[in-house]
Write a protein that binds this ligand. Structure first.
Ligand SMILES: CC(C)(COP(=O)(O)OP(=O)(O)OC[C@H]1O[C@@H](n2cnc3c(N)ncnc32)[C@H](O)[C@@H]1OP(=O)(O)O)[C@@H](O)C(=O)NCCC(=O)NCCS
Length: 206
């Protein structure tokens, strides 16, 4: 694939991505209220190391999310329904802030949705688009996810994406042991095995 930034070598994620039902986009002032409400919900934040975020902390987090886009050329997109409506949550590609050298050398695909947006397949749909960006414009070979072992819904998203557990790490402030999952760049040259209808000759690559 061509390097999209041949002068600097910097690879950047698109600022907007459309999926079948979602718009993954940059952060807007009108996200402030639904973003803060999501981060104040104990059910949403149950397996997030920070716990629930007070309003000021959510504002600070949104500012950090915008800074990561500027600094690194990728980050968490705000999610909204293509048909229009409020912020559903976020998804995207970020550098882990903890986890040790090996973990922090990777990008993490992450997701968080407002409680009302669970159960529609939005997280998986958005994360698939994020992984397409990882393999395409960012040219990554692998992406990780850091998930609390009891976070069944998040693990189910990772499983739908074909991610597998490759280890564990500790979240220092909580001492939680967290699963490290990995997705690998699909091998586009791989041809699925074909069965030969006549039975004798082994399947050949075209
Ligand atoms: C983790 C989280 C994003 C998962 O959300 P989710 O809605 O369960 O996951 P998906 O978007 O993949 O949706 C899957 C569900 O939608 C259902 N669904 C409904 N319509 C669908 C459609 N058109 N396409 C696909 N799935 C659909 C699926 O059947 C599945 O339902 P199930 O949970 O009853 O099996 C959400 O629980 C969350 O925000 N949790 C709090 C934050 C968090 O823990 N983030 C992760 C930190 S590691």
């Amino acid at each position: 694939m061509d390097d999209p930034h041949p002068t600097t070598g910097r690879r950047e994620a698109p600022l907007q991505v459309r999926t079948e039902r979602l718009l993954l986009r940059g952060w807007r002032p009108q996200d402030q209220e639904p973003f803060a409400a999501m981060n104040e919900d104990p059910e949403v934040m149950r397996y997030i190391g920070s716990g629930v975020l007070p309003r000021g902390a959510s504002d600070g987090m949104r500012a950090r999310l915008r800074r990561e886009w500027v600094r690194a050329g990728h980050g968490l997109w705000a999610l909204e329904p293509l048909r229009g409506g409020d912020l559903l949550g976020f998804c995207g590609l970020t550098q882990p802030a903890w986890g040790g050298t090996a973990v922090q050398a990777e990008l993490e695909v992450g997701w968080r949705l407002r409680r009302e947006a669970w159960g529609h397949g939005y997280a998986t749909e958005a994360a698939r688009a994020a992984l397409d960006v990882a393999w395409g414009p960012l040219g990554l070979e692998r992406v990780i996810s850091l998930i609390h072992p009891d976070n069944a819904r998040s693990l189910a998203v990772a499983e739908r994406l074909g991610m597998r557990v490759v280890g564990t790490t500790v979240h220092p402030p909580t001492r939680w042991r967290i699963l490290v999952l990995r997705a690998e760049r699909p091998d586009h040259d791989a041809v699925p095995p074909r069965t030969d209808p006549d039975g004798d000759t082994p399947p050949q690559r075209p």
